[in-house]
Design a protein around this ligand. Structure first.
Ligand code: KIV
Length: 275
């Protein structure tokens, strides 16, 4: 069954948890989809995990469209959400609608995600008015890394906690159908979750959220540049891959790969007649 914004709303109403994982290519999207994950996020985290940048700031609309189109070709049932990259919506409400539209038309996504609260409610409203579903993203918003001065847990003080709750209410009111809460204290995330009518999707925000999202390379041990506290490794695929690469290298160098079963045959008489 295809997951839609209605699936998200129904899950919230029934108290059923939602699963979301990132994917950035066709083959991974197919695996995530076949595993029954509700939603695939084509995150701008691809800047680090796929392109080797230090942060998400260099990711372009073209990068996002390229990877989103690959993912949507592989995802049959998961709701595909594409991230709006840095400076694709901050510049104006007009840019926000045009670029959200490109992720839907050219990328084939079913929804977009953008970082920020009250200051972007007008943008969210305009995108939703264009019939494009929006996921908001609050708490640690990596596109603001220079403003935050690093990756830090958000909403810890009284005023900051109140601000985060107010932002969550504001993006809901602006029409977002879900909100990602990143690096938010568990009890605050649970309180926001109880207050909102739309689902919260947590990453580093505890089990009280309506759903969870992780970067797939993090949960498979495929990305070793840094490991946030909130990541759980669900399979050491990075080590398994390295082992397979080593075995391949050894067999190529020993001349044991390819073996007979990996080769194509030809009649000996043809070879004999070559001159
Ligand atoms: O870009 C991304 O992968 C994200 C998640 C970390 C929520 O925004």
């Amino acid at each position: 069954m295809k997951n839609t914004v209605v699936t998200f709303q129904e899950a919230k109403e029934k108290g059923e948890k939602l699963s979301m994982l990132t994917a950035y290519d066709y083959s991974t999207a197919k695996l995530v989809d076949e595993a029954g994950i509700n939603s695939i996020l084509v995150g701008d985290s691809l800047g680090m995990t796929m392109l080797g940048y230090e942060n998400t700031l260099s990711v372009t609309m073209e990068d996002m469209i390229h990877h989103t189109a690959a993912v949507t070709r592989g995802a049959k049932n998961a709701l595909v959400v594409a991230d709006m990259p840095f400076m694709s919506y901050q510049t104006s409400v007009y840019d926000a609608v045009v670029n959200a539209g490109r992720l839907i038309k050219e990328g084939g996504a079913q929804a977009v995600k953008l970082e920020g609260g009250k200051e972007f409610c007008e943008h969210i409203r305009a995108i939703v008015n264009a019939s494009i579903p929006v996921v908001a993203h609050l708490g640690l918003t990596p596109q603001s890394i220079n403003a935050f001065g690093g990756f830090k847990v958000q909403g810890k003080g009284q005023a900051q906690a109140q601000k985060l709750l107010d932002e969550a209410k504001a993006v809901q009111e602006a029409g977002a159908f879900a909100v990602v809460l990143e690096c938010v204290p568990e009890k605050l995330a649970a309180h926001i979750t109880k207050t909102l009518a739309i689902p919260t999707i947590g990453i580093g925000a505890g089990a009280g959220c309506d759903g969870q999202v992780l970067v797939y390379q993090d949960m498979l041990g495929l990305f070793s540049d840094f490991k946030p506290k909130f990541v759980k490794c669900f399979g050491n695929i990075g080590e398994a891959m390295k082992e397979a690469f080593r075995n391949y290298d050894n067999e190529v160098k020993a001349g044991t790969f390819p073996a007979a079963e990996h080769t194509f045959k030809i009649d000996d008489t043809i070879i004999d007649k070559l001159y």
